[in-house]
Design a protein around this ligand. Structure first.
Ligand code: HEM
Length: 182
């Protein structure tokens, strides 16, 4: 994945836990350098190792780390030159979720090797939404939960996100139910 992802993980750990913890995370992850070029590509394993190391050093589950990272990604990208793009993607959570593929397509103009996920939104009949998440990568469903939580916060909407269906042999992607909270 593009280094911007690893930079954002570093930003989150430094912000919440400081330099000493970040140094321990890097050692635990077996990283030779903690400098990542935003526009350079790194093996996905580097990002997965960082998440695993954060989990062990901070005593939180990988799912909790991914959720926290998803929330952080929304504010990190907003202040890293992508705020306008996010704003143009939609003016509500539903609109933004419906346009995520378009968002990543626009990002890939500057990041030609981007391998983004794909999302599809469906109304669930009771005012809620079903979010379909299709990715070549494994294990990132909790990241989507954090991302949707971060977006909801950005739009000051209160929602509950339920991981309805995970990947199984019969179903090749994850589905989330998003319900408005009064
Ligand atoms: C302007 C804001 C955003 C930027 C700059 C951005 C950029 C990126 C980049 C660089 C990657 C790594 C993929 C690669 O290098 O191949 C990525 C992955 C991903 N993005 Fe975005 N993204 C943004 C917003 C969002 C939002 C709002 C969501 C969902 C609510 C989202 C969902 C994901 C997910 C789930 C992945 C993990 C990769 C996968 O599932 O295969 N992104 N994005």
């Amino acid at each position: 994945m593009y280094g911007m992802i690893n930079r954002a993980v570093k930003d989150l750990v430094l912000q919440d836990h400081g330099q000493e913890v970040w140094t321990r995370v890097c050692t635990e992850a077996g990283l030779e350098s903690d400098e990542f070029g935003s526009m350079e590509q790194y093996p996905d394993e580097t990002t997965y190792s960082l998440v695993g190391a954060c989990s062990r050093i901070l005593g939180a589950s990988a799912e909790e780390i991914l959720i926290a990272f998803g929330r952080h990604w929304i504010t990190y990208t907003s202040r890293s030159g992508y705020g306008e793009l996010l704003t143009a993607t939609g003016s509500s959570l539903g609109e933004c979720l419906a346009n995520l593929d378009q968002l990543h397509t626009r990002i890939s103009l500057g990041m030609p090797h981007l391998n983004p996920p794909s999302f599809r939104v469906e109304e669930d009949g009771e005012g809620g939404l079903l979010l379909h998440y299709i990715s070549d990568r494994e294990g990132l469903a909790p990241l989507v939960i954090g991302l949707v939580e971060g977006l909801a916060e950005r739009f000051e909407e209160r929602v509950e996100i339920i991981h309805d269906e995970g990947r199984t042999r019969a179903q090749d992607h994850d589905v989330f139910r998003i319900e408005k909270v009064a």
